[in-house]
Design a protein around this ligand. Sequence first.
Ligand SMILES: [Mg+2]
Length: 113
Amino acid sequence: MIIYIDIDETICVSPENRNYAEASPILENIAKANRLYDGGHTIVYWTARGSGSGIDWREVTEKQFEEWGVKHHELRLGKPIYDLFIDDKNMNARDWPDTIPVDENNSNIFDTV
Ligand SMILES: [Mg+2]
């Protein structure tokens, strides 16, 4: 599967002032994401860091990924800013199970989670 994962408040906690350089990793969630990577899935991190401010947070984020041991295939910035994302293939990071059962056809995973 191709799995997109958010960064802030998903694999790290960021301060309210949005100085992402001061973010703290959520090691439990990084481990879950790394297990998906190790399982052969394509892991893409997609963030809105800088989407509002215009600041380029790529270098800071890549350094954090290295320090935190975040395995990934791609880091994408430019995620739009929104308050609610309604979609049929989403999972709230707060409900992230230890393992995500995946069927052979990579479909209907939310029927089994
Ligand atoms: Mg977030």
